[in-house]
Design a protein around this ligand. Sequence first.
Ligand code: SF4
Ligand code: MSK
Length: 619
Amino acid sequence: MEADTAKLRERACEACAETWEDRAKAQTPHCKFGEDGICCKNCSMGPCRVTAKSPRGICGADAHAIAGRNYLRTIAAGTSAHSDHAREILHVLHSTSADGNYKVRDEAKLIALAREWGIPTDGRDIYELAHEVAEMGLDEFGKPFGTQRFIKRAIPERQKTWQEQGIEPRAIDREIATAMHMTHMGNTADAEALIHQGLRTALSNGWGGSMLGTEITDILFGTPTVRNTEGNLGVLEKEMVNVVVHGHDPAFSEMVVTAAEVKELQDYARGKGAKGINIVGLCCTANEVAMRHGVRMAGNFLQQENAILTGAVEMMCVDVQCIFPALAPLSECFHTKFVTSSPIARIPGSIYVEFKTETAFEQAKDLIKMAIDNYENRDASKVFIPQNKQAATVGYPCEQIIKHLDGVTNSHVDELGSYRPAVDAIKAGVLRGAVGIVGCNNPRVRPDYSHFEIMKELLKNDILIVATGCAAQVATKAGLLDREAKYLCGAGLRRVCELVNIPPILHMGACIDISRILLLVNGIARDWGVDTTQIPVVGCAPEWMSEKAVSIANYVVSTGIDVYLGIEPQVKGSSQMMELITQGTRNLTGAGYIINKDPHELVRAIIDGIEAKRAALGI
Ligand code: SF4
Ligand code: MSK
């Protein structure tokens, strides 16, 4: 894979284009104050930077206050990104109709959610119900009283912990606004109080915004099912019109995928000399469309420029989050049309087509036509598509995991389904435990390397992996989402994979779908009859980079699950903050961070952590 990247970088030089590698070099060394989280610009008396000689800002804030406030703002930003994405999806649900662009694809899930929320369902029109559910979901953002509805899904022990610690999440916008208010000049300077609000804000994401996003997306576009697909840049086709969908919100990409299936457009492409239209995905949009349509995945975060560097992409359509502004100048070095679609992600140099629910399908068809018309502008001498691509089986939301477990057990399964076979396998030691590997790439470390090294070692040690986001894409590129990858597993995990007919790493979706992992862990703890802190299950983000990742890490810790990080959070300039994120949160939620930049040491720590939890349970 790295050899392909090197070749593509040569292409970039030939085209006089720069890539993230060039910019990362130019940015090194990074500003130490920023890296340590001890630069404050929360008012115009600053910026204030903490040093041994000047240990306080002009207002008197010390390193702990400044690092704590910056950290809380990061969590608020991450929470807002996932949750605003969810809000958009709720508006799409509100726009659904029997003859509209968007329809309800999973009626059973809609009815189940309506019942969970106490909405009458008998004899109701499905779209009337959809609109009422959408309104109730939208109320979760700004309701003046009460807490997030989904926290009732958590096991009683967790609910009790959140109540006792005063971190039950209220309205999502309220938690974000409170975080911003607390960190305004002249407010909280107490690092512990800032961490406390960080946990609460993050919970409004995990058990609020993200969970809403996942549920409503399933209702709109269907709950994912197991599918075979392929991944890596080799999914781009030399003789087809290549369209890449990139970002996070599937409302846009679903329409693009559907439009590409229209016969007239396929005929139009053939009339222009192409063999057809090839839609592929990048980043989390890739995960969304792969899980629901089997659309092939071109790669993860640090591969976004590589896709354009192949010279074979007629159009890249993006929605929101994790999109490099650099794609605009880069696409100008090739024939690629770079299309932005959301007022949330406006990028100079792009073609802006604001996507609207009322006109979505027509807009998508227009874009596909534009991509087809661009095919003749492709310069064959600039085309280099690496041949690497791997088979992958994707689409394991909780429902599919339960279904697969049901298939191999005679144990009683209640209406909600049961994880008891998985619990039994862990208790028996056939599986030692499970790890959710999530998150991004980060130029601070060799791309994909930490993910891969950690994944290999865990599989060898009979530890099942569930993955989302760009981590899931690494697993795809490494062939680990293929059932045949079972040869990498220890004897116990290999037996489970064969029996249940699953790959050793289960692809659970996009980064918003880490809410699925919360429900999975919650379900395992429920069926085990213990708290989430006790079960040998942990989270790991080896190469994280985004503010969303910090919010995620905090809702995972709040859910009682330890989080192993391969990149340090930017709070190193405060000993108190370092202590709080690694130890202090344990007193509040029973979990915390373990940080190690060396992937081999990190995976050792994960295995030791899992074994320690097993020993504490007496298994
Ligand atoms: Fe400096 Fe305090 Fe203003 Fe921050 S809030 S910039 S530490 S004076
Ligand atoms: S896309 S947040 S780089 S996982 Fe979800 Fe990948 Fe991280 Fe973006």
